[in-house]
Design a binder for this molecule. Structure first.
Ligand code: AMP
Ligand code: MG
Length: 520
């Protein structure tokens, strides 16, 4: 395998002088050298050819034994020195101190077609940051991360990517529901790809330790390699850096809201400094539209990371990042202004996003009322978000009476909704139809625009679970079927219509489908 390798992270940032896996507090360093664990019998289950292509890995390389060994940590490419990153984070609103890559190991960087990538293994063994855990990952969570990160990419949502999914051949003990019933599961390794895996917590750790020297080195590095248009280090470029992280974070979350994605664990250690969706754990997809929904059972009491709260949490997390960067900037006003702009930006961008879901292009200062009324209506009875918006594009101007019929398929309750609810929907469709009078596009043009923002296919929670159930029995075909399906989430794909369907009843309360713990 001949790759254009780079080593900027390890060459330009301070390293931990110790290089064994003993659990420890790592001070004044951005990373520790580590060695991935040798695994019993590595087996490649799937690769993302698009991602391989972007890295300059050929088809021939993909079928080689070396490739399988590299993406499972069993072979190191010459002159590469794997490392785990040191970071901290706020977890569920509390400062948690040092966390770090407990089971992620960065192998190397690659530059290809002018783009910079870091290749990282998730589940390849212990590091100094593993705390009391084993550094491993199980097949179910690896399938979920692998499929979802590529699916998000094809949906147009900023995200880290995945290159490969492999079995390690080792068994891993997990207490899946945290109820005292531990069992062995198949171990797996996902190779993840991102221009950078730096997180808000990567900066917070140095600020929390009052290590402003290392903080500055890391910020300067980040700007140089990932925000180079901001120019040389200065207070001004640090402020611009924060402004841009803030904007990217908001844009990412607006995309989540658009497609109905709930991250599940928006701790600051899971917030990418590049505004990419990162760390696919107990995430989920809205089925019934519900601002209060979270897939994460660990968060079921307070629902801090529920769908409707994601934009607020983005802001809360940015406050933590602002505090972390403050020692380099020393004036609060510009940071406060940026945080204020986030709030204004959120209102503006979420309106634009919701209008696009409704196919509205023209200006009307009452649009927010139409959208509020829609959200109220969506909450009247359990209504499948994906099916609702996709089918809404079939609406034709002047045909308000047909509205309810068009979206009927999205209701989970019996075929008939109560007359009360039906009436509210009729009222809403009258308003929508009236508003469409202002639009100049034809029905067909509007439909085509809407179908670019309202996906037909998303990785519904039960779909991932079906692929997991099969894979645990040694059948990996469904992983590929879903992977191929989700490469074109906005296309009709008529032969795949079975995946354009409401969550089946059996999945409503099934573990893995609507309830996920952090155990992975
Ligand atoms: P998460 O909430 O999954 O982002 O994880 C929080 C922290 O726990 C991170 O520092 C992870 O690296 C670490 N962690 C999670 N699972 C494991 C594991 N199986 N072994 C070691 N560290 C882990
Ligand atoms: Mg994490």
């Amino acid at each position: 395998m001949r790759l254009n390798l780079k080593h900027t992270f390890i060459n330009e940032l301070p390293a931990d002088p110790i290089s064994d896996n003993s659990r420890r507090q790592v001070k004044r360093a951005c990373f520790s050298y580590v060695t991935p664990k040798l695994t019993k019998s590595p087996k490649l289950l799937h690769v993302s050819k698009e991602m391989a292509n972007a890295l300059g890995i050929s088809e021939r390389d993909l079928s080689s034994e070396t490739f399988t060994n590299v993406i499972t940590g069993n072979t190191l490419l010459p002159n590469t020195k794997p490392y785990a990153m040191c970071y901290g984070g706020h977890q569920f609103g509390q400062w948690a101190g040092q966390l770090g890559d407990g089971r992620a190991i960065n192998l190397f960087e690659v530059e290809h077609h002018g783009k910079q990538w870091t290749v990282q293994l998730k589940g390849a063994g212990e590091t100094p940051y593993s705390r009391s855990a084993d550094g491993l990952a199980v097949l179910r969570s690896s399938i979920r991360e692998y499929l979802c990160s590529e699916a998000m990419f094809h949906l147009g949502v900023p995200t880290t990517r995945a290159l490969s999914l492999a079995l390690s051949g080792d068994d891993v003990m997990r207490d899946m529901l945290y109820d005292g019933n531990s069992a062995y599961e198949k171990g797996a390794i996902v190779s993840r790809i991102s221009p950078s895996f730096l997180r808000f917590g990567s900066f917070e750790i140095f600020s929390a330790r009052q290590d402003h020297k290392t903080l500055k080195i890391l910020v300067d590095y980040t700007i140089k390699h990932h925000f180079s248009h901001l120019g040389a280090p200065s207070k001004e470029s640090y402020i611009q850096f924060f402004a841009e992280v803030s904007e990217r974070t908001l844009d990412m979350i607006i995309h989540w809201q658009r497609v109905g994605f709930v991250h599940g664990v928006m701790n600051t250690d899971n917030m990418s400094i590049l505004g990419l969706t990162i760390d696919y754990g107990p995430y989920g997809w809205l089925e019934g539209f519900d601002f209060g929904w979270t897939p994460n059972t660990t968060d079921s009491q307070h629902k801090r990371y529920r769908y409707g709260n994601q934009p607020n949490i983005g802001l809360w997390n940015l406050y933590q990042l602002a505090n972390a960067l403050y020692p380099l900037i020393e004036t609060p006003e510009p940071l406060e202004n940026i945080l204020e702009n986030y709030k204004v930006g959120f209102e503006r961008k979420s309106l634009v996003m919701m209008k696009s879901k409704l196919g509205l292009v023209q200006e009307d200062d009452k649009d927010y009322l139409l959208i509020e009324a829609l959200e109220d209506a969506l909450l009247l009875t359990e209504t499948d978000m994906t099916i609702f918006f996709r089918n809404l594009s079939n609406f034709k101007k002047g045909d308000a009476k047909k509205g309810l019929e068009i979206v009927q398929e999205a209701f989970y309750a019996s075929n008939e909704v109560s007359s009360n609810i039906a009436q509210q929907w009729r009222d809403w469709f009258e308003r929508y139809d009236f508003r469409l009078e202002k639009e100049v596009l034809s029905n067909q043009e509007r439909q085509s625009n809407m179908n670019y923002v309202n996906p037909k296919y998303v990785l519904r929670n039960y779909m991932a679970q079906l692929a997991i159930d099969d894979a645990n029995k040694g059948d990996y075909k469904l992983i590929d079927e879903l992977f191929q399906l989700l490469k074109q989430p906005y296309a009709e794909q008529p032969n795949m219509n079975k995946w354009f369907a409401k969550r089946p009843d059996w999945a409503r309360h099934k573990v893995g489908c609507s309830m996920l713990s952090c155990s992975s």
